[in-house]
Write a protein that binds this ligand. Structure first.
Ligand SMILES: Cc1ncc(COP(=O)(O)O)c(C=O)c1O
Length: 496
């Protein structure tokens, strides 16, 4: 294929010598680059990891692989909020399968549910045929849905958030007979051609050309780095939505759907203000558009309430769910108002809509989240995390903003020396990635996201404890202090 696709070399952030990843004898974060040769001694702290004598499997993986670019470790085990690598390093996992692991790794209730399903001899893959496991999952989920959807319908989708988002748009188009969709800058809805069209991040879509047609992005009402300027009234964003939906000269054909996250996750942890949610609800209703809440990441307690749509009054017509509702196994559904159930049998299908293990793990997770009051706990621990991060950031101007509800927290790192015309400092993705690496070396895994990937993201399992929260906070403080104020210059940005 040489000559068809230009191959670019990945380039990471240069770290100061004192911040280099430690070896296994020094503690956390033993570097484990793709070129590492495994020996029996390296084969895993649990002794159960497969013995690898060649790096060939990893060299076979595509360049599209993303997390290992910034987290060069090989995970061997996980328990609760902690994961361990093949070289003895241990980390508090604030990535948690990008929010999929509400109960952390190997929660006994989830493991037991999976084992019981295996032992019962239940068929593991049943398309959309009825099974007792499926019925139990549906019953469990409906027992905690927002009241407006409690008499709605559920559709099991292919087991990814993106497929469920696709289904929600297909349903809205089918019901309204319209084509267009309004989405928001900073939104993230997946990586298929349809969901990428709805997603804000440009770098992933620019190489691809035409995606889903008639998608329009409007600004999301962010307080920090507002597209309307720092002193602008936040309800301008709501006015824009109302104008786009109702003014017959707005240039935007009446859309089938408006899709939004109640808290933008990948876009940099921006919570939707309640007045904006009210405007979205009212204007979509009067324009006859379907309001889709993408709760793939926020759903099931993460933000301090079972559904992030609830406390802001978003009251969606369609709720898109994945990640946590599968208990860490692949599962995705949409739940929608009964009156939208307008499509034909087979209108949205997929082979893996009937995974018994995912449904069993999901039902067990829902039960545990409710029984343990984990949404309330996420609110309390999230407060402890945010307060702690503010305290350790102190007056370091590089911590530009700390935000997010519950255990969905982001710290936007900035370059105080480079402000825009409004005096808002520029996002500093290189700093965020250096802090991410320095935190890994201190035993904490975090993610980055947002504009320029400058937001350090904390998405720990909801079962994380106070002591671990304090360790995460300390690791962030130490990492920020360890990364020099002026990072060594680099020819190009680290890959995102
Ligand atoms: C809000 C939101 N929607 C959709 C998706 C896509 O889910 P998946 O990666 O399972 O396709 C994600 C993934 O992070 C997400 O955060």
């Amino acid at each position: 294929m040489e000559g068809i696709c230009p191959v670019t070399q990945s380039e990471g952030v240069t770290l100061a010598e004192h911040d280099r990843p430690r070896t296994s004898t020094e503690g956390h974060g033993s570097q484990d680059p793709a070129a590492t040769e495994y020996t029996s001694r390296d084969a895993g702290a649990d002794g159960g990891s497969p013995l690898l004598t060649t790096t060939l499997p990893r060299r076979r993986e595509s360049s599209a692989r993303s997390y290992p670019q910034r987290l060069p470790i090989t995970l061997a085990w996980g328990r609760g909020a902690v994961v361990g690598d093949t070289r003895g390093g241990e980390y508090i996992d604030c990535l948690a399968g990008a929010g999929a692991l509400a109960l952390g790794h190997h929660h006994p209730a989830v493991d037991d549910a999976i084992r019981a399903t295996l032992d019962s001899g239940a068929p593991l893959s049943t398309l959309d045929l009825s099974t007792p496991v499926r019925d139990q999952f549906v019953e469990q989920l409906f027992s905690i849905l927002p009241s407006s959807l409690s008499s709605g319908r559920i559709l099991f989708c292919g087991p990814s958030g993106a497929d469920a988002v696709e289904a929600s748009i297909k349903l809205a188009r089918t019901c309204t007979g319209r084509t267009g969709v309004i989405a928001f800058g900073g939104g993230y809805h997946g990586m298929t051609q349809g969901t990428l069209a709805l997603t804000g991040r440009r770098s992933a879509k620019e190489p691809l050309g035409a995606l889903l047609p008639e998608v329009h992005h409007l600004p999301f009402p962010t307080e920090y780095r507002s597209p309307f300027g720092p002193s602008a009234n936040a309800d301008i964003a709501g006015r824009l939505v109302t104008w786009a939906l109702t003014d017959d000269h707005s240039g935007i054909a009446a859309p089938a759907a408006v899709i939004a996250e109640p808290v933008q996750g990948e876009g940099g942890v921006y919570p939707m203000p309640a007045p904006f949610a009210a405007t979205l609800r009212a204007s979509t209703r009067s324009a006859g558009a379907v309001l889709v809440a993408d709760e793939v990441q926020t759903g099931l307690g993460r933000t301090g309430s079972l559904w992030a749509s609830d406390p802001i009054g978003l009251d969606p017509d369609v709720l898109v769910l994945s990640k946590a509702i599968g208990g860490g196994l692949p599962l995705a559904v949409i739940v929608h108002r009964g009156e939208l159930d307008a499509w034909q049998p087979g209108a949205h299908a997929g082979t893996f809509r009937g995974s018994a293990l995912s449904m069993a793990a999901g039902a067990a997770t829902i039960r545990e989240v409710v029984r343990g009051g984990l949404a309330d706990r996420a609110r309390e621990l999230g407060q402890r995390l945010s307060d702690g991060l503010r305290a350790v950031a102190g007056d370091d101007a590089r911590a530009g903003d700390i935000r997010g509800p519950g255990l969905m927290v982001g710290v936007e790192l900035v370059d105080p020396a480079a402000a825009d015309a409004d005096g808002v400092p520029a996002p500093d993705g290189r700093l965020a990635q250096a802090v991410q690496r320095a935190m890994m070396n201190r035993g904490v895994i975090v993610e980055v996201g947002g504009t320029d990937d400058a937001v350090v993201r904390f998405l720990p399992p909801l079962i994380i404890d106070e002591e671990q929260i304090d360790q995460v906070v300390d690791a962030f403080g130490a990492a920020l202090r360890a990364v020099p104020a002026a990072l060594p210059h680099h020819n190009s940005k680290a890959p995102s």
